[in-house]
Design a protein around this ligand. Structure first.
Ligand code: 6PG
Length: 489
C-alpha cells in the first residue's frame, strides 16, 4: 500500500494530525526516529485505520506516492535542518517537504531557497489549535513554493477546521510567509491572553470578586462580542477546584513561560518600524512576571495606593466597562497585527491575502473567535483596507467602547493595578488619532544635540525654512552649521 502523505514526528501533534488525515480517507505513512513509538502507535491509536508505518527513512520515502509529500512535525530549529538533510538525497524533483512546526520564518525563507536549488518544493505551514485542533481540525497556514499547493490543497483543506463551511486553511504566500503569519498569530495569542489576565486581575483586586464570580463574568462575556476559545477556557479554568475545593489557579506560580514566538513578533515589529505595542507589552508582562523574587522584595519596600473596600461602586457597571475595555483593546491588537502583516508584505515582497488570513484564524486555532468573522468580513469588503480601525464596524465599536475603556484604566491606575496591555492599547489609539504628536519637539532635540536635522511643516515654510529639505539650525549660536547624516527608521 502506498501513502498519500507521510509524516515524521510522532509526538502529540504528529499523531493527531495523522489520525485526522486518516479519518478523512487519506492513507498516511508514519515515521519516528524511535521505532518503538511507531510500533506503539500502529498497535494502538492507529489500529484499523489507513495508517502504515516505516522502519527507516528509506522505507518511509519508498512508501509515498509521487510527488511525495513529507510533513515534518519535529522541534523547530536544528532538528528540522538535520531531517531535511537526511531526506533530500532520497527525494526527486517536484517532491514536497512541509515543515509544520513553529519554525522562525527566516529559517523557512532559507529552507525554501536551499530546497529550490534541489528542485524540491518547500512548504512552511503554521499549525494551530493544540492537540484537540490537530485531531479534529486545526487552523493551517501554508506558505512557500506555490507549485506545491495544488498537490496538498485537498489534504490540508480536508483536515483543517471549518468556519461556516469554509476551510480555515488557504495558501498564504511565498517563502516563509506561512510561518510568518503563524508567528503573528502567536503574538496576537500572547496579547489576547494578557488582556484576559488583566481583566481577571482587576476584577479580583479592585472588585474583590471570587474566582467563581469572575468565571461567571467570563461565561457571560463568552456569549457576546468576546465569544472566543481563550475566554471560554478562562471561564473553565477559574471554576476548576483542586482536591481541597479551592481554585487551582490560585495555587499556580505567577511566573509566565514562553517559547519565543511572541518575542519574535515583537522583534520583527521593531525591525519593520511598526507600533505593535500590545504584543510588545504582552511579552514584557511575561518577562516582568518572571522576576518573582525581585517582585517579592519590591512589594515590601515600594508603596502604592491601598484599594478601598468601596473602590467599585456599581459592580454591574464595572463589569460592563471592563468588557468594553477588553473589546476595544482587542480591536487595537488585531489592527496592529494586520498593520505588521501589511508592512511585512511590502518589505518582503509578499502578496498576502488579508481576508484569507482572518478566515484561517476564525476557527481551529488558539485565537479563534466570533470577532474574527467580523475581520474577515471587513477585509472581504475592502481587501486593501489601510487599517482595521478605518472599517466602519470597528470604528463604531471602538467609539462605543471608549468610555468604559477609559474608566477601567483610570480606576486601575488610581488604585495601582497594572494594566500594560489595556493602557498601551489606549495610548496607541490616542496616538493614532492625533493629527499632531510631540515628535516636533523630539526632532528639535535631535537637531539641537546632534545636528540630526528636521523637516518643516509645509504651511510654515519660509526662506530660512524651506519645505522638503533636511534643515539644521544652530540652536545655541556656538554649535556648527554642519548636519549629521539622517537615519530614517
Ligand atoms: C497554537 C499555539 C502554539 C504555541 C503555544 C505555546 O497556535 O497552537 O500558538 O503553537 O506554541 O501556545 O506558546 P508559548 O509557550 O510561547 O506561550
Amino acid at each position: 500500500m502506498s501513502a498519500d502523505f507521510g509524516l515524521i514526528g510522532l509526538a502529540v501533534m504528529g499523531q493527531n494530525l495523522i489520525l485526522n488525515a486518516a479519518d478523512h480517507g487519506f492513507t498516511v505513512c508514519a515515521y519516528n526516529r524511535t521505532q518503538s513509538k511507531v510500533d506503539h502507535f500502529l498497535a494502538n491509536e492507529a489500529k484499523g485505520k489507513s495508517i502504515i508505518g516505516a522502519t527507516s527513512i528509506e522505507d518511509f520515502i519508498s512508501k509515498l506516492k509521487r510527488p511525495r509529500k513529507v510533513m515534518l512535525l519535529v522541534k523547530a530549529g536544528a532538528p528540522v535542518d538535520a531531517l531535511i538533510n537526511k531526506i533530500v538525497p532520497l527525494l526527486e524533483k517536484g517532491d514536497i517537504i512541509i515543515d509544520g512546526g513553529n519554525s522562525h520564518f527566516p529559517d523557512s525563507n532559507r529552507r525554501y531557497e536551499e530546497l529550490k536549488k534541489h528542485g524540491i518544493l518547500f512548504v512552511g505551514s503554521g499549525v494551530s489549535g493544540g492537540e484537540e485542533g490537530a485531531r479534529y481540525g486545526p487552523s493551517l497556514m501554508p506558505g512557500g513554493s506555490e507549485e506545491a499547493w495544488p498537490h496538498i490543497k485537498n489534504i490540508f483543506q480536508s483536515i483543517s477546521a471549518k468556519s461556516d463551511g469554509e476551510p480555515c486553511c488557504e495558501w498564504v504566500g511565498p517563502a516563509g510567509a506561512g510561518h510568518y503569519v503563524k508567528m503573528v498569530h502567536n503574538g496576537i495569542e500572547y496579547g489576547d491572553m494578557q488582556l484576559i489576565c488583566e481583566a481577571y486581575d482587576i476584577m479580583k483586586r479592585l472588585g474583590g470578586f471570587t474566582d467563581k464570580e469572575i468565571s461567571e463574568v467570563f461565561a457571560k462575556w463568552n456569549k457576546g462580542v468576546l465569544d472566543s476559545f481563550l475566554v471560554e477556557i478562562t471561564r473553565d479554568i477559574l471554576k476548576f477546584d483542586d482536591v481541597d475545593g479551592k481554585p487551582l489557579v490560585e495555587k499556580i506560580m505567577d511566573t509566565a513561560g514562553q517559547k519565543g514566538t511572541g518575542k519574535w513578533t515583537a522583534i520583527n515589529a521593531l525591525d519593520l518600524g511598526m507600533p505593535v505595542t500590545l504584543i510588545g507589552e504582552a511579552v514584557f508582562a511575561r518577562c516582568l512576571s518572571a522576576l518573582k523574587n525581585e517582585r517579592i522584595r519590591a512589594s515590601k519596600v515600594l508603596p502604592g495606593p491601598e484599594v478601598p473596600k468601596d473602590a467599585v461602586k456599581d459592580r454591574q457597571q464595572f463589569v460592563d466597562d471592563l468588557e468594553q475595555a477588553l473589546y476595544a483593546s482587542k480591536i487595537i491588537s488585531y489592527a496592529q497585527g494586520f498593520m505588521l502583516i501589511r508592512e511585512a508584505a511590502a518589505t518582503y515582497g509578499w502578496k498576502l491575502n488579508n481576508p484569507a488570513i482572518a478566515l484561517m484564524w476564525r476557527g481551529g486555532c488558539i485565537i479563534r473567535s466570533v470577532f474574527l468573522a467580523q475581520i474577515t468580513k471587513a477585509y472581504r469588503q475592502e481587501p486593501d483596507l489601510e487599517n482595521l480601525l478605518f472599517n466602519k464596524f470597528f470604528a463604531d465599536a471602538v467609539t462605543k467602547a471608549q468610555s468604559g475603556w477609559r474608566k477601567s484604566i483610570a480606576l486601575a491606575t488610581t488604585y495601582g493595578i497594572p494594566t500594560p496591555a489595556f493602557s498601551t492599547a489606549l495610548s496607541f489609539y490616542d496616538g493614532y488619532r492625533s493629527e499632531r504628536l510631540p515628535a516636533n519637539l523630539l526632532q528639535a532635540q535631535r537637531d539641537y544635540f546632534g545636528a540630526h536635522t528636521f523637516r518643516v511643516l509645509p504651511e510654515c515654510a519660509s526662506d530660512n525654512l524651506p519645505v522638503d529639505k533636511d534643515i539644521h539650525i544652530n540652536w545655541t549660536g556656538h554649535g556648527g552649521n554642519v548636519s549629521s547624516s539622517t537615519y530614517q527608521a
